[in-house]
Write a protein of this length. Structure first.
Length: 317
């Protein structure tokens, strides 16, 4: 797992996921890949039967996180993804289909979020390449406001309450990805775990009162990066600086060196001083060492192997 904290001299924390799909410590890499392929086949068969496959992940939250996964050839994708593609990893964000299923690193990142919840309270959080949204939704459960600052349940779904949170006055989680099919499934998963805000597009409130939102973000196109509500209201269409966040999260973003460089570039611009970048990744990913070299030299880097206990099954019975 990899992460970064920004102080006046910013910090990076890298934690390692050694197994490709380590839900059970006894799984070999070959067995893990078979398990992953089996779940995707189940998703495809469910879609062909007119239903969907949903898993409930128990990563320490009081309520399980409900996640739907889609197979790349699923009819639910509406032709958005070519079923004949053999490779999920694509250089262009619009072509990438890795976000349709839950990877081991997302589970590890979700566990890291739960174990480090004190770093997230009253912080604004952005998940890069959120995919199915598992880690970001765990963060939304962890970013609980102190009791005196929580909005009443009836008011929590109002557009004004969420706008205030998103403007930085309280904790918020922004989930981002780009591919059309991935975004549609991500929106579905947020709907399954959060309450939509009346009159607001792509705005929700988590059960703990955290403001949750969604943005289509291409790392190669800064014009798609989030901007603050105050800056977005500027007259005259002047160029706005990107919004910055206290915490950036990412799961398995380093599968190529070019992607690692993109992550470093995005983080350098979107991470606030004193913030934290946390990235969960298998150690063997091609971009692992690249990220460490590419982040600003003033950032401190911490590398941690995930505990064996994190490899227990994440599924709720």
């Amino acid at each position: 797992m990899a992460g970064a904290s920004a102080t006046a001299a910013q910090t990076v924390t890298v934690q390692l996921c050694w197994a490709f799909f380590p839900y059970a410590g006894c799984l070999s890499h070959q067995q893990a890949r078979v398990a992953h392929a089996t779940r995707l086949l189940m998703a495809q068969l469910a879609a062909e039967a007119g239903c969907s496959t949903q898993y409930v992940y128990d990563l320490g939250c009081s309520a399980g996180i409900r996640i739907r996964e889609l197979a790349p050839s699923s009819p639910n994708l509406g032709g958005a993804v070519d079923p004949d593609r053999e490779a999920a990893f694509r250089e262009k964000a619009a072509d990438d289909i890795t976000g349709l299923s839950v990877w081991a690193s997302a589970v590890m990142l979700g566990r890291w979020v739960h174990e480090n919840a004190e770093l997230l309270v009253e912080r604004d959080c952005l998940e890069l390449g959120a995919g199915t949204g598992l880690a970001g939704l765990v963060a939304a459960a962890a970013l609980t406001l102190p009791p005196g600052q929580r909005a009443p349940a009836a008011a929590a779904s109002s557009g004004r309450a969420v706008r205030e949170r998103l403007s930085g006055t309280a904790a918020s989680v922004l989930l981002s990805d780009f591919a059309e099919a991935t975004m549609a499934n991500l929106r579905h998963n947020i709907d399954a775990n959060c309450t939509p805000v009346d009159g607001e597009s792509d705005r929700w409130v988590s059960p703990t009162g955290t403001a949750v939102s969604l943005v289509s973000m291409d790392w190669d196109q800064p014009s798609t990066w989030p901007v603050s509500l105050a800056d977005s209201a500027r007259p005259g269409g002047s160029e706005c600086p990107p919004q910055q966040y206290d915490v950036l999260l990412g799961a398995d973003l380093l599968y190529t060196r070019s992607y690692a460089r993109k992550v470093a570039s995005v983080a350098a611009q979107l991470l606030r001083p004193g913030g934290t970048l946390a990235v969960a990744t298998p150690r063997e990913r091609a971009g692992y060492e690249t990220l460490i070299r590419a982040v600003p030299s003033t950032w401190a880097c911490k590398q941690t192997r995930v505990p064996t206990s994190w490899r227990a099954s994440p599924f709720r019975d």
